[in-house]
Write a protein that binds this ligand. Structure first.
Ligand code: NAD
Ligand code: TDX
Length: 339
């Protein structure tokens, strides 16, 4: 079995590569990644020592390059993690989100049609459903919830999802889609909430909390997401969407306080800043379908996952110290200075 993993130098894709290499000793994996600001070859250092793994630098929007790769490699399965993934960046500059997330997905779908695969899997997000009100804890996103994206990021992911399903209906391409809630864990780029809290605390820098900090996210340890994708690839039905989440809803401010306590730092570092435009109130996944159909359930409790994650950032300081200089510093100042 040969699997293409796009976006595998990023957070979830890299965790997925390590998961698959460990779970399937007979699979070959090829990672295609453009190494944008969010991609980091150092993350794949250990994988690169494995004979069953190959890295190819390339852009999913480069049609000729992608077709050539498919022609040469003859993939059995393609899993698309490659994306522009940060909501705040999509508010500053939406264009690249449409190009990578929508057009790039189309290129991959066309390559899968032309060369044939037994499965194309699209890594999507719960954000395509928009948000839920804070005063209706009884409501959850199911696979039937209408698409109602709020940000340019989630709109681009929703557009890609519709295209993927259209390629199934129109061309009979064997596709699946997973829509997962917020992930956390090792190799998470420090622009996102949880790694930003850790990294800022370790530098005794303020933690910027948007609005009142009451917004709710449904956190899942990244390895639980990887296990879900593996199950969908092997047991999921073509043409289907699977929601992935572990009923672990937390207010942002409570996540911030938990990490502060874990690192023994002071809550004085909490700084409330101007809210994100169009800020989604609450995400909450109903995972009944993947639980009952595929037998998936999360294995890592949030309090344990957070401990492991904090420890990983303490043990791998060089990994993130290198990322937060240069361009990241410019981004940080643009996003947070005078906010
Ligand atoms: P990330 O930003 O950490 O990584 C994205 C990777 O894609 C990077 O390695 C980057 O170099 C690569 N990439 C970007 N543009 C590319 C292009 N044009 N061609 C090839 N490679 C390109 O993102 P992540 O957090 O790991 O998210 C991975 C996927 O999971 C995304 O599709 C995202 O929408 C989805 N998702 C993320 C979360 C989350 O909590 N992080 C939750 C649900 C779904
Ligand atoms: O500095 C911050 N302060 C803050 O209060 C940042 C970066 C975030 N926040 C808030 C905004 C959100 O309510 O924390 C919450 C989480 O923010 P992000 O880490 O940016 O994630 P989110 O916007 O929820 O989107 C994430 O989950 C779904 C991923 O980035 C997406 O790729 C995924 O699809």
């Amino acid at each position: 079995m040969k699997i293409l993993v796009t976006g595998g130098a990023g957070f979830i894709g890299s965790n997925f590569i390590y998961y698959m290499l460990s779970q399937h000793p007979d699979y070959d994996i090829v990672c295609l990644d453009a190494l944008t600001y969010a991609g980091n070859l150092r993350t794949l250092e250990s994988a690169l020592k494995n004979k069953r793994f190959k890295f190819v630098k390339g852009d999913i929007t480069d049609r000729a390059g992608v077709l050539e790769l498919f022609r040469n490699e003859k993939f059995d399965i393609a899993v698309n993690f490659a994306a522009e993934s940060h909501v705040d960046r999509s508010i500053m500059d939406p264009g690249i989100f449409l190009s990578t997330n929508v057009m790039g997905t189309q290129v991959l779908l066309d390559a899968c049609r032309e060369f044939g695969v037994s499965r194309f899997h699209q890594i999507s997000t719960d954000e395509v459903y928009g948000d839920l009100p804070l005063d209706r804890p009884d409501l959850f996103f199911t696979e039937e919830t209408p698409i109602r994206a709020s940000s340019p990021y989630s709109a681009s992911k929703a557009g890609a999802d519709l295209l993927v399903l259209a390629y199934h209906r129109t061309f009979g391409l064997p596709v699946t889609i997973s829509r997962c809630s917020n992930n956390y864990g090792p190799y998470h780029f420090p622009e996102k909430l949880i790694p930003m809290i850790i990294v800022n605390l370790l530098h005794n820098k303020p933690i910027p909390v948007y609005g009142t900090g009451e917004n709710i996210r449904d956190w899942l340890y990244v390895e639980d997401h990887c296990r879900a994708v593996d199950l969908i690839l092997h047991k999921g039905r073509a043409g289907e969407v699977y929601n992935v989440g572990g009923h672990n809803e937390m207010k942002n401010i409570d996540v911030v306080k938990l990490v502060i306590a874990e690192l023994g730092k002071s809550e004085d570092l909490i700084t409330y800043v101007k809210d994100r435009a169009g800020h989604d109130k609450r995400y909450a996944i109903d995972p009944t379908k993947i639980q009952t159909e595929l037998g998936w359930s999360p294995q890592v409790k949030f309090k344990d996952g957070i401990k492991t994650t904090v420890q990983w950032y303490l043990d791998n300081r060089q990994w993130w110290e290198d990322l937060i200089s240069g361009d990241y510093l410019k981004y940080y100042e643009k996003m947070y200075l005078n906010r």
